[in-house]
Design a protein. Sequence first.
Length: 254
Amino acid sequence: MASSLIGSAIAAAASGYAATKAVQTIHTALLFAMPAWATHYAIYDSPLKKTMRMRKPSGTDIIICMAVTVTIIPFTSMLADISRAITFPEFMSGVAERIKEADAQQASNLTLSLGNNDAMHMACNILLMGVFTAICEEIFFRGTMQELLCQSTGAIWAVTITAFVFSGIHMEYSGFLSRMALGWIIGYAFIISRNICIPITMHALNNILAIILMQNGMNSTESMGKGTALLSGAAGLAVTAYLMHAWRKRKGKD
């Protein structure tokens, strides 16, 4: 939800929820969708649908990608909790304070973006912050940036660099590692599926789950014991790795 977070900061002075959503939507389209569209026409001289292999995914691919999106959550939540628990040495206290202030501002912006915890706001958040943002960001990051990097660096480096930039643009220290891990999984899923609809589905599902959890005050494994959180994260990563391996093996036979 990078564009949603950035857009909410821009819209902080706007009056009301509707104004915030309008600014976020326009900002998302201008920051991600339009540059991706322009790049594909300038470099490939063809529509996004053709160059990003946008086609109807198989039912099996949808089921696997959704399962992967869910099974990786304990691991990404664990990484976020670890990041928040890291303490800086005394000589870096100024840096630590600035990071803390930046994360607090991001949390405030996100609260502004979510609005009230009712059906109307939930539906609007799912549509705009969940689905629309996922479409625009995936067209830009996986469909454009990663595709271009693959031509010069190879698939693994392209996935890794794109995941790094994807996470960095959120400008949130405590969530950097977790978002990079999620971005890597989504990017590798694009390598496996060769269909941009798969990363979009995974990103949208992750956003929707995050919105539902945040609006209900459940967005961390901090309530678990450290041992339980670590075990849960390790198990989630193991299951995800197995699913990705089986998925790639199956696609290799298609």
